[in-house]
Unconditional design. Structure first.
Length: 306
């Protein structure tokens, strides 16, 4: 069964430590398990221009909650931490073997744990031989430092190539995905994001991969007037999907966000939506989506609106 994942990207920067602790507590009290972060979160919001703030906050929260490490699953990433703060993502650390290992060492120190439950290649790095990257991840898994491995912002064909290059391979994909879709080929405002395609869905379904979806609620675009969808979503299909979403939400007595999450969780393949929240109340809305079951007719209407 897929689950809602708590996105911790803004912990320690836009969301302060006390507020982050409250969100983490609410998530666990509500039955949540997976917490997703990265070694570069959130460098663009920190005066140093370097990341690690989110991992540090999670580490301090774990230290302040004895026994909590056994109740949660930690996911973190390597590859997109800037080596030059002035250049940001134009100077990403990449996925060379020494970088992959050194980054995990740093993440474990900040998190205050001996292992992570999922370690992701945050970005694709074609400057490094794929065998080197795959081998580095495999070694960390063999040593027990990472229970599972995944690839974010990486095309499925590259993940498939990597499967035969090392004993322990990637078994999960993390990409951008939600109910409404941008125009095919349209540029997203975040140039580093990679969008799920029908081919991606077929790949994970056929090979038994987990599909994690970031931007699952498109930064509040389903319910907040102050956060309109970006230009890439401006097409008739979006209008039809938003109309279907509004109709189903009214029938179900749910919010559009909850219907989107229920649609992702109960789809084929089922998706693991990564969702951030700035208040415990908003997080409560998110977690309530787990109890919303769309009937076959509602799902058909949502699926057919395109």
């Amino acid at each position: 069964m897929s689950e809602i994942v708590l996105g911790a990207m803004l912990f320690g920067t836009r969301i302060g430590e006390r507020e982050s602790f409250a969100l983490l507590d609410r998530f666990v009290d509500g039955g949540g398990k997976w917490i997703d972060t990265a070694n570069n979160y959130a460098f663009w919001l920190h005066p140093s221009g370097l990341g690690g703030q989110s991992e540090q906050v999670i580490g301090r929260w774990l230290a302040a909650r004895p026994g909590m490490r056994d109740r949660v699953l930690i996911s973190t990433k390597v590859g997109a931490e800037p080596t030059d703060p002035a250049r940001g993502l134009d100077a990403m650390e990449g996925l060379a073997a020494p970088t992959v290992r050194a980054a995990l060492t740093g993440s474990l120190q900040r998190l205050g744990t001996e292992r992570v439950d999922m370690y992701w290649a945050h970005v694709e790095d074609r400057s490094v031989p794929l065998a080197e990257t795959a081998g580095a991840f495999s070694e960390l898994a063999a040593e027990g430092l990472a229970a599972r491995l995944g690839a974010s912002n990486t095309p499925a064909w590259r993940v498939e190539q990597a499967r035969g290059l090392a004993p322990h391979g990637w078994t999960a994909l993390q990409l951008r995905h939600s109910y409404v879709q941008p125009r095919p080929g349209a540029a997203l405002e975040s140039w580093s994001h990679r969008q799920v395609s029908p081919e991606t869905l077929d790949y994970v379904r056929t090979n038994g991969f987990d599909l994690w979806a970031y931007s699952a609620l498109i930064n509040g675009g389903y319910g907040r007037a102050d956060r309109p969808l970006e230009e890439a979503y401006a097409h008739p299909g979006t209008e039809r999907r938003l109309a279907a979403l509004s109709s189903v939400a009214a029938e179900a007595g749910a919010t559009p966000n909850q219907v989107v999450l229920a649609w992702l969780l109960g789809g084929d393949p089922a998706v693991w939506p990564i969702v951030g929240a700035s208040t415990p109340e908003r997080l409560g809305e998110v977690l309530a989506a787990r109890d919303l079951k769309l009937d076959p007719e509602q799902r058909r209407r949502l699926d057919d609106a395109s």
